[in-house]
Ligand binder design. Structure first.
Ligand SMILES: NC(=O)c1ccc[n+]([C@@H]2O[C@H](COP(=O)([O-])OP(=O)(O)OC[C@H]3O[C@@H](n4cnc5c(N)ncnc54)[C@H](O)[C@@H]3O)[C@@H](O)[C@H]2O)c1
Length: 363
């Protein structure tokens, strides 16, 4: 029996595209046939390094080359135009996080892909960690006595001048859309709202307290979130920690029980570190001087690769089975809305009401 393999291309041939290329090559039902980058030389050397037949310096040439789907690995503010162009060509799209840097962009992306009847997914591969899946399943099974009542999300990462200055688009509001919230904490904000439900109100403060000599976006955040269930959460985030101390999300239930996960060092799959569900109690000590706490970015990406692979496989199966991908554009809008609401609250000094929950069920 012969089956037709899905032809997929990658747009943007930088660092995270490596995880996409490896995942796509590993899938027998997929043929990774093309890549493109505004920097043609980069597209060509990426194609040569990853065994990809066609390299383009022009997006339209890639989109018109007979593909079924594309994955997008370009800087955040470029996501919208590429998703809209792909939808116009009738291609399914899997886009890197954050979906976009404004809600208007995100809404246009969701609408265009829905109108074109193509699948639209957004990468939040940390949802595929066994630790995250176990928390979601425990909540669904009622292990916390109903909707969770309280959560803390603590993001304590290290980034330095090199990180912010080696990519020209990083650290600026117009080309990066934000700092630690938009680029790093958004992964954990996605998990927080996946565990807690619809966020309805946000208050917060942001500041640039350590990296201000070379970035204009925030490196430090303290915020609170109210959920439609009545549950409350805090978010603290920084790229100011040397060494980095990783990320922890702790979720508490009405019955007093707690589930949690910790990613330490950054890029390693999180483990459930405090788990007081009756009969399943576990307490782990995560931080240790024996652990290399500040791995280089390339090593962080290697740690993330198995989970990129799972989400990319889910997306391909969503196309084949004609079902929604695990994380839709509408889902990804929720995390973006929380990030943008923290920025707005910090600017105005007022709490900000959210609307993503009211849009639930649209896609
Ligand atoms: N899911 C994750 O864990 C994860 C990790 C890292 C990065 N990302 C996301 O992936 C995206 C890319 O990040 P990166 O670190 O790989 O960036 P990068 O700078 O290493 O690579 C971006 C590439 O896109 C190209 N490019 C820029 N504009 C383009 C356009 N309009 N069309 C085609 N190519 C274009 C650049 O030339 C560059 O080669 C960002 O949105 C980032 O948030 C996600």
């Amino acid at each position: 029996m012969t089956t037709t393999r899905l032809k997929i291309g990658i747009v943007g041939c930088g660092k995270i595209a490596i995880n996409h290329a490896k995942a796509l090559h590993a899938m027998p039902e997929v043929e990774l046939v093309a890549c493109s980058d505004t920097d043609q030389d980069r597209a060509e050397s990426f194609a040569a390094a990853h065994g990809i037949a066609h390299a383009y310096g022009d997006l339209e040439a890639l989109l018109g080359s007979g593909l079924d789907a594309v994955t997008i690995c370009t800087p955040h503010p470029t996501h919208e135009a590429i998703v809209l162009a792909a939808a116009e060509h009738g291609l399914h799209v899997l886009c890197e996080k954050p979906i976009a840097i404004t809600l208007d962009e995100a809404d246009r992306m969701v609408e265009a892909t829905a109108a074109a009847e193509v699948k639209f997914g957004v990468l939040f591969q940390r949802r595929f960690w066994p630790a995250a899946q176990r928390i979601r399943a425990a909540i669904d099974a009622g292990a916390l006595g109903g909707a969770p009542v309280v959560a803390t999300c603590t993001v304590r990462l290290g980034r330095d001048r090199d990180y912010y200055t080696s990519d020209p688009w990083r650290g600026r509001w117009d080309t990066d859309g934000g700092g630690v919230l938009m680029t790093q904490a958004i992964h954990y904000i996605d998990l927080l709202q996946w565990f807690m439900g619809d966020a309805v109100e946000v208050s917060g403060h942001i500041d640039t307290l350590v990296h201000g000599d070379y970035i204009e976006v925030e490196d430090t955040v303290a915020a609170t979130v109210k959920f439609s269930s009545g549950g409350l959460a805090t978010i603290t985030a920084g790229t100011t920690f040397t060494p980095g101390l990783g990320t922890q999300i702790v979720v508490g239930g009405r019955n007093g029980r707690t589930v949690s996960l910790t990613e330490f060092p950054e890029g390693m799959p999180a483990v459930n570190d405090i788990w007081t569900v009756e009969g399943e109690e576990e307490y782990l000590q995560m931080h240790s001087t024996d652990i290399e706490s500040d791995p280089p970015l390339s090593q962080i990406h290697v740690g993330l690769a198995p989970f990129h692979q799972m989400q990319i496989e889910d997306f391909v199966h969503a196309i084949v089975e004609d079902r929604a991908p695990a994380v839709s554009g509408r889902d990804a809008r929720r995390a973006l809305e929380i990030v943008l609401a923290i920025y707005e609250s910090s600017r105005t000094g007022q709490p900000v009401a959210l609307t993503s929950g009211a849009l639930a069920g649209l896609q």
